[in-house]
Ligand binder design. Structure first.
Ligand code: PLP
Length: 389
């Protein structure tokens, strides 16, 4: 226990101790916490589908048909016809031969990378890739080489030293904390040159960018050019689960060798029904995506005009870089007291010295929501000298 107390104390001293907030309503632009109302501006419910009546009905219908729990792992008694339908749907949506579902995106990453790579492999990973990618690399035992964020010269120089080995290049499609988009055409070209496999984690691009929301590969017209397309059903798709799509051999292989797929109980049929219906909505309804991206761009311009450092975001994820963890936490706390909930993100989720507020928009935010949040961001930003004036 001494070790634990020590570690907790040090974490608190560094301003890195985390506490949870408990929301009492559906995930939407305005939520209730501790009985008070807040504008929520940090959700991954990008398309605002978490409280969609159509999706709620899909879940209820599936519960009436299949019950609640799935009752088994996917390779024993937990696979339902509806799981198969979703896997086919994902493959079509992503323009690949086949697809499979994991219980979370985290499990998809660790299960896929650790099933594919071993000590003989070298894995080239963008420095800002999501933690679940890093954990997958560590679990695999492969050699992990991190290249500078989206820096193709650095990737080239690192690949050059590993000709003839089994190589995997892995990147986020849209980066979860910076909101920028990976240079996939260059990555594909380098992968061809050095005979490396490619893997894209499209947790934040899926449902948002690309044709009909099909994600980052579609955004660049690179469907079928990426070996492993991975993502989550828990963000724009407003459900739960992770997925991998690719060619039939890849999917057969992962179903047989991925431990996080094999040794865990399948997602409930109702969850699967929600994912299936949400993808149908996303494919048909392009206005949610365009509303989201237009409003994000409008809000970004306002924040930049006010003097905030928002990096090079191209999407609904807008970082406000603060630097110091203490000030980022203070900023988030004062916003919260004034009725705006934007989480502060600190190391280890982001590199040292780049603590930030991570804003993310929902398609259902109104101009009124955003202007109210903006006024408070500017007032507190000035007070804490994050911006001048
Ligand atoms: C959220 C996220 C994951 C994990 O997905 P879950 O379904 O929440 O486990 C993986 N990769 C990235 C880039 C993410 O942002």
């Amino acid at each position: 226990m001494e070790y634990i107390n020590d570690k907790l104390l040090k974490t608190k001293e560094k301003g890195l101790f985390r506490v949870l907030k408990y929301i009492q309503t559906a995930q939407s632009p305005r939520v209730k916490i501790d009985g008070k109302n807040f504008i929520l501006l940090g959700s991954n419910n990008y398309l605002g589908l978490c409280d969609s009546p159509i999706l709620k009905k899909a879940a209820i219908d599936a519960i009436n048909k299949y019950g609640v729990g799935s009752g088994g792992s996917r390779l024993t008694t937990g696979s339902y016809d509806i799981h198969k339908r979703l896997e086919k749907k994902l493959a079509l949506f992503k323009g690949t031969q086949d697809g499979m579902i994991f219980n979370t995106g985290y499990m998809a990453n660790i299960g896929t990378i650790s099933a594919l790579c071993n000590r003989q492999w070298v894995i080239f990973s963008d420095r800002l890739n999501h933690a679940s990618i890093v954990d997958g690399c560590l679990l695999s035992g492969g050699k992990l080489i991190r290249y500078a964020h989206c820096n193709m010269d650095d990737l080239y120089n690192k690949l050059k030293n590993y000709r003839g080995t089994n190589n995997l290049i892995v990147t986020d499609g849209v980066f979860s904390m910076d909101g920028d988009i990976a240079p996939l055409p260059d990555i594909v070209e380098l992968a061809r040159k050095f005979k490396a496999l490619t893997m894209v984690d499209d947790a934040h691009g899926t449902g948002v960018i690309g044709k009909n929301g099909a994600g980052t590969c579609s955004y660049y017209d690179l469907e079928g050019e990426i070996d492993i397309n991975m993502g989550t059903l828990s963000k724009a798709i407003a459900s739960e689960g992770g997925y991998v799509t690719g060619n039939c051999e890849l999917i057969d292989y992962l179903k047989n060798f991925s431990r996080s797929f094999i040794y865990s109980t399948a997602l409930a049929p109702s969850t699967i029904a929600v994912s299936l219906k949400a993808i149908e909505i996303i494919e048909k309804d392009n206005t949610r995506r365009s509303d989201l991206l237009n409003m994000s761009n409008w809000f970004l311009c306002k924040l930049r005009a006010a003097g905030f450092n928002t990096l090079d975001t191209k999407t609904q994820i807008i970082p406000i870089i603060i630097g110091s963890s203490d000030i980022a936490v203070q900023f988030s706390k004062e916003l919260f007291e004034s009725g705006v909930y934007i989480p502060a993100i600190r190391p280890p989720s982001v590199p040292e010295g780049s603590s930030r507020l991570r804003i993310s928009l929902m398609a259902t935010h109104t101009e009124e929501d955003l202007l109210e949040a903006l006024t408070k961001l500017i007032a507190i930003g000035k007070k804490l000298s994050v911006i001048g004036g």
